[in-house]
Design a protein around this ligand. Structure first.
Ligand code: SF4
Length: 314
């Protein structure tokens, strides 16, 4: 404000300085990126309209039984590897004993003695799968290398890459594949829809893992490149390992650049109406308009049903 000669506030010309800095763009999480690929409008709601919930999305996933089971599975598996005594495990020679040793590390077995639940079966399958991996490494490598290669390289790993708009996310796990001298992004999925035998789902899973592989490789976060991705789906009992097709990496990078441009230019984020709208957090606003706005959308007459609820995760 201008000042009078006596130092009091005067009426002279005022220089109004706009000190309000432009808010930087929020980093784009992997799950937000996947939202964008599935439905640009869903990304728009989460990024621009419900920005206050953007970082808390994972905390509110237990809205139904399927999502709650997914959360429990993730939490249990995250704690699993930290409880294993690898020297002791290495000495076990019998498959049943290895599975039992692993199975006892999970706390989710309250009902196991009386009634085996679906989740008990998930953990049974997980331990059987890890036991196969255990014997593969044990038979192929000397003890010192087993101890180096069998445990995951990282679990629950937060990664961020500087970019026009930063990319970020949580990787469930990183494994080293010594034969290939490369790392693999490991994803845990518990929904029926995460089935790599279905082509659409396969390309979506590749893109999710590819998002992380690009961060690891471009930032050189590991001592070898990430060339593979691995899926564990205990509900479908699927353990899937695959090398990333080069086309996936190109497609993910191009889609990311397109998203960044749209965010910066406040471009159009159209709706993509599919049966998954039934489970979308933003369906009310999407079909009826934001509060205070005139209704501008048509409610689709039929949305059919999918066989599962998708868990949102990084
Ligand atoms: S309700 Fe459907 S169209 Fe609307 S934002 Fe959600 S997924 Fe997209």
């Amino acid at each position: 404000m201008g000042q009078g000669d006596d130092g009091s506030p005067g009426l002279g010309p005022m220089v109004v300085e706009d000190k309000k800095e432009k808010e930087p763009f929020k980093p784009i999480r992997k799950s937000a990126f996947m939202n964008y690929k599935k439905c640009p409008k869903k990304f728009w709601f989460s990024y621009f309209i419900h920005g206050e919930d953007y970082w808390n999305y994972n905390e509110s996933t237990s809205k139904n039984e399927a999502a709650a089971k997914g959360d429990i599975f993730h939490a249990e598996v995250d704690g699993f590897y930290g409880q294993i005594d690898y020297e002791l495990l290495y000495e076990l020679t019998n498959t049943t004993k290895v599975i039992k040793y692993m199975r006892d590390k999970f706390s989710y077995s309250d009902t196991y003695d009386t009634e085996k639940t679906e989740m008990d079966e998930w953990f049974d399958w997980y331990c059987e799968t890890e036991a196969k991996r255990f014997f593969f490494f044990k038979e192929k490598y000397p003890k010192s290398e087993f101890l180096e290669f069998f445990p995951p390289k990282e679990t629950e790993w937060q990664v961020t890459m500087k970019d026009d708009i930063d990319r970020t996310g949580h990787i469930d796990r990183i494994d080293y594949l010594p034969n290939e001298k490369a790392y693999a992004i490991v994803e845990y999925k518990t929904g029926k829809s995460y089935d790599p035998k279905r082509p659409n789902n396969l390309s979506s899973l590749r893109a999710e893992c590819g998002f992380y592989a690009i961060i690891c490789n471009e930032m050189k976060l590991l001592d070898h490149p990430v060339h593979y991705w691995i899926l564990y789906n205990p509900r479908l009992k699927i353990y899937h390992v695959e090398r990333f097709p080069a086309a996936t990496m190109r497609a993910v990078n191009n889609a990311y650049k397109g998203l960044v441009q749209k965010v910066k230019e406040a471009g159009d984020f159209p709706r993509k109406i599919t049966p998954l709208c039934m489970w979308c957090d933003y369906r009310r606003e999407c079909f009826h308009g934001l509060p205070g706005e005139p209704k501008k959308y048509i409610i689709p007459r039929t949305l059919g049903k999918t066989d599962d609820t998708e868990r949102q995760e990084d």
